[in-house]
Design a protein around this ligand. Structure first.
Ligand SMILES: Nc1ncnc2c1ncn2[C@@H]1O[C@H](COP(=O)(O)OP(=O)(O)OP(=O)(O)O)[C@@H](O)[C@H]1O
Ligand SMILES: [Mg+2]
Length: 362
């Protein structure tokens, strides 16, 4: 079938304006948008903006306050100075998943048939109501190919896309946040990738969920979202201190008037961090057990909640792994002036949006 006129124009515009696609991460705590210049090996953050949402604007993958989210997206774009109208949109939540599959040799169509045929077995939220895509990672040792399948329930794709459409943005590429993170990881550690590909954990400690990625043999072999995150810490501060959501967020991230974390807050944080790292450990036991066939050696953390004091140390103690913050700069270049709260902070919250923005060249 001939490409429609609109597609031809879009393609032409894309060629003339390669920076045209920007990344959109509609996080439960804040919306992040990012536009990159450059190409693999020399990406630079040209534009980045964020907008912090109000309490419970998003619950799981449901938009409780859609008009605030649309306005927040537009405001984040304005802060970033993004004028583009085409985006790569990231999805997450319980109705999204990835699966690493061995597929027999064959044409693209044959591989696709194979993946669709098996999809019913592994897509727990209904293969028929889902959008499925895949990417060949490489050759498999036993012959055949190694594929990474990504799936999202159609209604989730639609509800995320509707936010963009309402903001007059066209979601030209749809991706999963966990895949975007894995792409950033590859980009930032391109020189050490062979080593890290032996087995690395990438853990995104977000507000409402914590995303675990086991990266091995050139891509994710396992991804999972756990229902823990920074929101639980905020809730506990609200409850114990009798303060509002905003006050609790402030106390947690900036401390008191002098910037110190009061003892009571520190105690709440410590208890929460203990619980959250224990929950992570339970879910990754298989990958950290000595002698396990899928053992990982490295662990990188990102996401706003990974900035909690003590989290890295406690995660390291409980897993026995050396845990590091996934510093994406200077692997990705940035003008330091863009990082109002410091590069470490920006690195933690921006990684997903940057990974989505990287799709402009794929
Ligand atoms: N400096 C900090 N110290 C501790 N916690 C922080 C800090 N900065 C942000 N956070 C917390 O991190 C969380 C936001 O992180 P992030 O932006 O990665 O989440 P999100 O992407 O919006 O949410 P999700 O990934 O769950 O959809 C919030 O709970 C916020 O309170
Ligand atoms: Mg997030």
């Amino acid at each position: 079938m001939a490409a429609s006129l609109k597609d031809q124009i879009d393609e032409l515009l894309g060629k003339l304006n390669p920076g045209g696609i920007f990344g959109v991460d509609i996080g439960a705590h804040s919306i992040k948008v990012c536009e990159l210049s450059g190409s693999p090996g020399k990406f630079k953050v040209d534009k980045f903006g964020a907008f912090v949402l109000s309490e419970a604007a998003i619950i799981e993958d449901e938009f409780q306050k859609p008009s605030e989210i649309v306005e927040g997206l537009l405001e984040a774009m304005k802060r970033a100075g993004i004028k583009s109208k085409t985006a790569c949109l990231g999805l997450y939540g319980p109705n999204t998943m990835t699966k690493r599959l061995n597929v027999p040799e064959g044409t693209k169509e044959e591989i696709e048939d194979h993946i669709m045929w098996e999809a019913e077995q592994y897509i727990t939220f209904g293969a028929d109501e889902s959008q499925i895509s895949f990417h060949i990672i490489g050759e498999n040792e036993g012959g055949g190919k190694d594929a990474l399948v990504a799936a999202a329930r159609t209604d989730v794709v639609e509800s995320f896309s509707n936010i963009l459409n309402d903001a007059k943005i066209s979601p030209k590429i749809i991706d999963l946040n966990v895949i975007a993170l894995s792409n950033v990881f590859e980009e930032v550690f391109r020189d050490d990738l062979e080593e890290y590909s032996q087995g690395s954990l990438i853990i995104d400690f977000g507000a409402q969920s914590t995303k675990v990625i086991v990266y091995k043999r050139g891509g994710p072999i396992f991804t999972k979202e756990l229902a823990i995150g920074g929101g639980l810490v905020t809730e506990e501060i609200q409850r114990q201190m009798g303060v509002s959501y905003e006050e609790a967020e402030d106390l947690k991230t900036s401390g008191d008037d002098k910037g110190n974390l009061p003892e009571e807050i520190l105690n709440i944080i410590n208890t929460q961090v203990d619980q959250q790292v224990a929950e992570v450990k339970k879910n990754i036991n298989f990958y950290i057990t000595q002698g396990s066939a899928e053992k990982v050696e490295y662990c990188f953390v990102t996401g706003g909640n990974s900035l909690l004091p003590g989290l890295v140390e406690k995660l390291s103690a409980i897993t026995g792994l050396e845990v590091k913050k996934m510093d994406i700069f200077p692997g990705i270049k940035i003008d330091e002036k863009k990082a109002e709260n410091g590069l470490e902070n920006l690195s933690a919250i921006s990684a997903v949006a940057i990974g989505l923005a990287m799709r402009k060249v794929n």
